[in-house]
Design a protein around this ligand. Structure first.
Ligand SMILES: [Zn+2]
Ligand SMILES: [Zn+2]
Length: 426
């Protein structure tokens, strides 16, 4: 009996050891994807059944006031040119503690992520474009028209590089985008005020080496060249309040990024999918899969080398589909050459940068967000604009006044509308 008891005790001790060991093993380290990190970081305890949970390390947009000495960066797009619902194409929103906000790239699909942050359109008027691939500016049209109808009161301001030729620059691209959307513009401008439907382009030389391209209200944004697909692409750094955020555009490794990113608090740079992944997932031939990582984009190992040269307070890798079967090969490649703080970015990842720390969290934002009105009201419509209808179309109207009369009478009374108000923009 005594012997059975002893064996039983040993078995119990071993079992306890296994459980503790498993729990320790399950503690994710700081480099693992942020959801598990958040769960680990939750910490604290709930004091009663009705009490708040302590710091969850989750960012709920619209619930957290930015401190004066703090920057919040949100990845609104981190993916690829091919669309996927979980990752839009490149877009980073930088929010400064004094309220200024800047968008860096606005790739296809990213506008919906921006909207889920419930920021009034009037605060999202400044867009900096690294280069003119659709995965870096494909949603500019959506921000332009969507923000206009959502009550933006001023035109959009867009900064982007000039090309080596006039037809390869940002000015040419935006002018022709507006030409392509002429019908959209003309038909909206007759109904709502046309001024917020403008886009002012601030083009700068892509060859500028750390040149200041923006300097207002304590914010300095500089540009330096990138090497990607042809002349024109650039990267940006934003300096404010002794903080420095670097936003790398698509690039093969280049000498300018490490040089001009020195002292970065947050250094964002692409780290492309591995060449075997490009072959497996995209069906690319081996030769192209290798060149993609060497000539147009940056391999994981090169990303690591660059970050080891920059030594930022925190590095951010993006521009890959962030899945369980892709993430770790890229992560492993980076760790061959860089052992500093690192985020493997995915959409809605958030970084709060303060003097003390850089904290990575995930935003939890609503899929059903509506535009949130800001403090300003848009100016009224321009009554001098002519209708875009001809009689041909107007004569096709079906008279449904009999079924609308009852609600319309009440509505007009409640809102002091006159009959002529109903004809504006006809
Ligand atoms: Zn590109
Ligand atoms: Zn890209």
């Amino acid at each position: 009996m005594q012997r059975i008891k002893a064996i039983f005790s040993v078995v119990v001790l071993i079992a306890i050891g296994i459980v503790i060991g498993a729990l320790l093993m399950a503690r994710p380290d700081g480099d693992l994807p942020s959801l598990s990190k958040s769960a680990f970081a939750a910490g604290g305890k709930v004091e009663s059944p009705t009490a708040e949970a302590p710091d969850r390390y989750v960012y709920y947009p619209g619930t957290e006031e930015l401190k004066p000495d703090e920057i919040r960066v949100i990845a609104c797009g981190t993916g690829m040119p091919s669309a996927r619902r979980s990752q839009a194409a490149t877009c980073f929103l930088v929010e400064l503690g004094d309220g200024q906000k800047f968008l860096f790239d606005i790739g296809s699909g990213s506008h919906a992520n921006i909207e889920s942050l419930m920021i009034p359109s009037d605060y999202l008027t400044k867009v900096f474009i690294t280069h003119l691939h659709t995965d870096h500016w494909g949603d500019l049209a959506s921000l332009w028209a969507g923000g206009w109808t959502a009550g933006r009161t001023t035109p959009l301001e867009v900064w982007g590089p000039a090309g080596a030729r006039e037809d390869m620059g940002t000015k040419y691209a935006v002018e022709h985008l507006l030409k392509a959307y002429n019908w959209d513009y003309m038909t909206r401008a007759v109904t709502i005020n046309p001024i917020p439907g403008g886009i002012n382009v601030h083009e700068f030389d892509y060859k500028g080496l750390n040149e200041v391209i923006y300097k207002e209200q304590g914010v300095t944004i500089r540009s330096f060249p990138a090497i990607h697909s042809g002349d024109g692409p650039v990267s940006f750094s934003l300096a404010w309040n002794d903080f420095k955020i670097v936003i790398g555009g698509d690039s093969a490794p280049n000498k300018w990024y490490p040089e001009y990113s020195q002292g970065a608090d947050l250094a964002i740079h692409e780290a492309f999918m591995t060449s075997p992944q490009m072959m497996e997932k995209y069906g690319q031939p081996a030769q192209l899969a290798a060149r993609i990582n060497l000539s147009f984009h940056t391999s994981a190992q090169s990303f690591g080398k660059i970050m080891s040269m920059v030594k930022p307070r925190h590095a951010v890798a993006y521009h890959f589909f962030n899945d369980t079967d892709t993430r770790y090969d890229i992560y492993g490649g980076i760790r061959e050459t860089y052992d500093g703080p690192l985020s493997m970015a995915t959409d809605m990842m958030v970084w709060n940068v303060t003097r003390d720390e850089v904290v990575e969290r995930m935003a939890v934002s609503p899929d059903e967000a509506w535009d949130v009105p800001g403090p300003n009201r848009p100016p009224g419509p321009d009554r001098s604009r002519k209708s875009e209808y001809t009689d041909f179309t107007l004569k096709g109207r079906l008279d449904t006044s009999d079924v609308n009369q009852s609600w319309l009478d009440d509505f007009m009374k409640q809102n002091n509308l006159k009959p002529e108000d109903l004809n504006a923009g006809q």
